[in-house]
Design a protein around this ligand. Sequence first.
Ligand SMILES: [Ca+2]
Ligand SMILES: [Ca+2]
Length: 156
Amino acid sequence: MYMHKFGSAAAVAALTGVAILGFGPSASASTPGTCWDNYENMVSGYMSAYSAINCDGLLGLAKGNDLNWGDSSGSFQSSDANVASSVINKGNYSEVKFYPGSGADSNFHICLTRAEGFASNLTDDYWLEERGFGSVNNSIGSHRWVDRTACSALAV
Ligand SMILES: [Ca+2]
Ligand SMILES: [Ca+2]
């Protein structure tokens, strides 16, 4: 009987430990240094890009396409090209397709779906999801809104 009680107490302690560990991830989601707050506070219908990871350093917000992030017109201009390290898609209907360089007509791309919402660190992403094609980080030069069927590679 004594041994049985001891066993129960140990089991309770183990369960408590699991519960505490389980609370960790949801607690960290509301701390600074993530894209969650940026996403929550952003107006629906737009995409946005940031110069640093975790959606720090806003480069611009766009409701439409910008086929050249390095020119002097549109939502992204001059020094906005080749510096983005995190992105948000809070569009109402479409996915955002990113390209290296200007023109937004390359086969090389990565898409950010509305379901994904944001990519908080583009150093994890590669053009066409192939490491050999190079990192998406600091190399986005244009974007378009597209249907899901226009995407073969998705940002994570
Ligand atoms: Ca950057
Ligand atoms: Ca532009």
